[in-house]
Ligand binder design. Structure first.
Ligand code: NDP
Length: 395
């Protein structure tokens, strides 16, 4: 490298050399010094003692890839405890995140969370069939609960979870992260603000591949554990997303499903699911899901503009585009997509700390599980179901 005189001077003389450069020691700039608190673009995190303590239950793929890293960078939440059926794995994860040995439990010892005042929230991130029992145990330990989607495999189990929360006087949230994702929020604001015009039709398609050889997909192919196939696993984003974005709950529906008979992955759960939804306003929507493609998309068909979220519910890199026959424009958001994770977890911590409302409560999870039950029934009976007369699906 070709050294300039300045560079050589600084290298030889360090900070003192700067004075020699200017020709006067008296005019030398001062060394490092304190400056006033800068105006930060983002609010600063609460001090650790002011954050809500979380226990994470089930250390699988989603917990380790997304939940634990989110807690490490959250502003109102912090990781305080782990619950796992694999003691070796739990010890390794605890060491990585600085969780002390005495705050690591197995499922049978969840009652011990009651003795840990450092834990206020329990996050259930286990396979679907285990959500109700673990949620009830967490409530019995006096904790608030956030539970992964789908809430449970039957409306009765969802109701049991809600009742346990009420009996304990604690909050229940279902982890519908899209409600906290900046592009989804922007699309909803555009619809509500009239920017899309009148929206009479919406469509949402959520598809992802399934490989039961991977541990995280093994249980997804088992009906007793997963509760269903692509509809409950990923179609639920389409179902829940449209109810939320349109601001009303489905009043009638019909559906169909298909699984290739020669594919052993679909011996118990469906591959393709599709449905037509009718809303009280008269709006129509279609949803589809499968384990046969990799794509997550939502379209809100307004008479001024069509808003397209594609990807709609990815972990990062979601995009919102508005278009019509004459124009096509990407809508940028201030926050990036991955802000959804901290927004979601800190929302629940804030609701707990300030006794505020929960945006995606247990009742929303119950409504969706009722809709899922109705969708499977409509597919089985090959007919339209009017949810007011054929079954009760409350908003
Ligand atoms: P994984 O199979 O990767 O992890 C599940 C973990 O649950 C296991 O590692 C295990 O943890 C524990 N577990 C307890 N009982 C069982 C059992 N019988 N079989 C298998 N695991 C068991 O699944 P995911 O992390 O992908 O999914 C977990 C939950 O999160 C599901 O409800 C899923 O729908 C939801 N999810 C949500 C996503 C979202 O974007 N919101 C994305 C992906 C999943 P341990 O060994 O510590 O006991």
């Amino acid at each position: 490298m070709h050294d300039t005189p300045t560079r050589r001077l600084i290298l030889a003389g360090g900070i003192a050399g700067l004075g020699a450069l200017s020709g006067s020691a008296a005019a030398a700039p001062a060394g490092p010094t304190g400056r006033p608190q800068p105006d930060l673009d983002e609010p600063a995190p609460l001090p650790p003692g002011g954050r809500v303590g979380w226990a994470v239950v089930g250390l699988g793929d989603y917990a380790q890839a997304h939940v634990l890293p989110t807690l490490a960078r959250a502003k109102r939440s912090k990781l305080s405890s782990l619950v796992s059926g694999n003691a070796d794995k739990a010890r390794q994860v605890a060491a990585r995140y600085g969780v002390p040995d005495e705050a690591v439990h197995d499922y049978g010892a969840m009652a011990r969370l009651a003795d840990d005042p450092g834990v206020q929230v329990v996050y259930i991130v286990t396979p679907n069939a285990s959500h109700p029992e673990l949620t009830v145990r967490a409530f019995e330990a006096g904790k608030h609960v956030i539970c992964e989607k789908p809430m449970a495999n039957s409306p009765a189990e969802c109701q049991r979870m809600i009742d346990a929360g009420k009996a304990a006087g604690r909050k229940l949230m279902i982890a519908y992260r899209a409600h906290f994702e900046p592009h989804n929020r922007r699309a909803k604001a555009m619809l509500e603000g009239g920017e899309l015009g009148r929206v009479w039709f919406a469509s949402s398609d959520h598809h992802r591949p399934l490989d039961p050889k991977r541990p995280r997909d093994e249980w997804r192919a088992q009906k007793a554990v997963a509760g269903g196939g692509s509809l409950v696993d990923i179609g639920i984003y389409a179902l829940n997303g449209l109810q939320w974005l349109l601001g009303e709950s489905t009043s009638a529906l019909t559906a169909s499903l298909h699984s290739p008979p020669d594919d052993p992955r679909f011996a118990e759960v469906e591959n393709v699911f599709m449905a037509e939804l009718v809303f009280p306003s008269g709006r129509r929507a279609t949803i589809s899901s499968s384990y046969a493609a990799d794509k997550k998309r939502i379209d809100l068909w307004g008479d001024k503009l069509v808003a397209t979220l594609d990807p709609a519910t990815a972990y990062q890199g979601n995009r919102l585009v508005v278009s019509n026959e004459r124009m096509r424009e990407e809508v940028l958001t201030e926050e990036q997509s991955d802000a959804q994770f901290t927004n979601e977890l800190d929302h629940f911590s804030q609701a707990v700390a300030e006794d505020g409302p929960v945006l995606t409560p247990g009742e929303m999870g119950l409504r969706d599980v009722r809709l899922i039950e109705a969708l499977y029934r409509a597919a089985r009976e090959r007919r339209w179901l009017d949810l007011n007369s054929d079954m009760t699906v409350k908003a």
